[in-house]
Design a binder for this molecule. Structure first.
Ligand SMILES: NC(=O)c1ccc[n+]([C@@H]2O[C@H](COP(=O)([O-])OP(=O)(O)OC[C@H]3O[C@@H](n4cnc5c(N)ncnc54)[C@H](O)[C@@H]3O)[C@@H](O)[C@H]2O)c1
Length: 367
């Protein structure tokens, strides 16, 4: 394949951020967009200068000019849409979370193998330059052997143009029984992915306390144990509805710390720009040599992770290389998500590798 001819399925709130990377890639032609909402489909086609508009998924999948699709529909539809696309002979990139249950995710992966097509899950945090740099520094041994990872997510308020322009319909399916959980499912899959990807280790045990606040927010504190018994992880989600923060996107931001036995790395932002400091800071200390390096000039706009994720899919298809993240990796992320709910419900440790079905927190969608 010399050029990827792409179709976009679903043109809702997050579509612009995802499609930008395809539109600007010299080896990708975005040929079609499909959305059940005809106005949404037509507006997107006009904005992106895309020639074909569909309102039925069967019609875009029957289009022989399309090699690959980007699935941007609500999460509970991923299973059916991805399997239909694979069976129609398309390579597929689907947004996180991969699916609503482990069995659905596994079926999607098996279908990709059966059809001989690429299925990857688009995870923008894997392609966010400050986190890529942090991972590279860990791999290069800049902090020695990793001993701890700390991931903090803060949800507050912003008056960004992006947030103010979100269509409210994009939230309805996230707040009822079409979703197996709230914010810890919908957004925290990014952070669960980071908890293993940054240190390249599987998690073997999860302890968690999850609370519930308004809308779908679920403040929590979690402890992760890893394959390496000397590595420990903590993850917290804080909800501060009266805290206004700088962000060009959602009213949220993240902070990551990877501690090693010879240094530590901070990634001080992702979704927002809450803290006015270098996006990546490396502190190293060996006997007689203590240094702090601030990576102040690194590209740190959150939208870059989306663009790079789209470009990565195009390049993987053209080069015949693996496309991140694999369905297997995304399934592990989902297992970790459900392990957090399960550990909190049971108030005891849960091994995410033993989670084989969906875990819906008690009372979810009744509040
Ligand atoms: N990477 C990220 O940071 C990020 C951020 C937000 C959303 N997402 C993911 O992207 C996906 C979409 O989220 P969103 O916020 O854009 O949701 P949304 O509800 O705003 O958009 C979904 C679109 O799909 C369309 N649609 C529904 N059923 C369809 C069908 N059968 N055929 C064609 N189109 C159909 C809807 O009309 C809507 O326009 C979700 O899986 C979500 O988790 C990822």
């Amino acid at each position: 394949m010399e050029k990827v001819r792409l179709g976009v399925i679903g043109a809702g709130n997050i579509a612009d951020l995802n499609v930008a990377g395809y539109l600007e890639h010299p080896k990708c032609d975005v040929l079609a967009v499909c959305d059940v909402n005809q106005d949404v489909a037509q507006d997107a086609a006009k904005k992106w200068n895309v020639p074909k508009v569909y309102t039925r998924i069967d019609d875009i999948l029957a289009d022989d000019e399309i090699d690959a699709v980007e699935v941007l529909t609500p999460t509970h539809l991923h299973h059916d849409h991805v399997i239909a696309a694979l069976r129609a002979g398309k390579h597929v990139s689907v947004q996180k979370p991969v699916a609503n249950s482990i069995s659905d995710a596994r079926e999607m992966s098996a279908t990709a193998d059966e059809c001989g097509k690429v299925l990857r899950v688009s995870e923008c945090f894997v392609h966010y330059p400050p986190l890529e740099l942090a991972k590279r520094l860990v791999v290069e041994g800049a902090i020695g052997r990793p001993t701890a990872i700390r991931i903090k997510t803060l949800v507050g308020q912003t008056d960004s143009v992006f947030q103010n322009n979100l269509r409210v319909e994009g939230y309805e399916w996230r707040l009822d029984s079409r979703s197996p959980g709230g914010h810890l499912f919908d957004d925290m899959v990014h952070k669960y992915a980071m908890a293993t990807w940054l240190v390249d280790q599987d998690i073997t045990s999860v302890q968690a306390v999850v609370h519930r606040r308004d809308l779908f927010f679920e403040p929590c504190a979690c402890i992760f144990e890893y394959e390496d018994p000397d590595l420990i992880g903590t993850m917290e989600v804080n909800y501060a509805p009266k805290l206004w923060m700088k962000s060009s996107f959602y009213g949220a931001d993240e902070f990551f710390e990877i501690q090693g036995d010879e240094g530590l790395i901070w990634v001080t932002r992702a979704t927002g720009e809450m803290l006015d400091m270098a996006p990546v800071i490396l502190h190293q200390g060996t006997e007689g040599n203590i240094t702090t390096t601030e990576f102040a000039d690194i590209e740190a706009n959150w939208s870059t992770g989306f663009k790079r994720s789209s470009a990565h899919f195009v390049e993987a298809l053209i080069d015949g290389t693996d496309a991140a993240m694999s369905a297997e990796e995304a399934t592990k992320v989902l297992q970790l998500c459900f392990a957090v709910y399960d550990a909190s419900e049971k108030r005891r440790p849960v091994d995410p590798r033993t989670v084989n079905e969906v875990v819906v927190p008690k009372g979810w969608a009744d509040w």
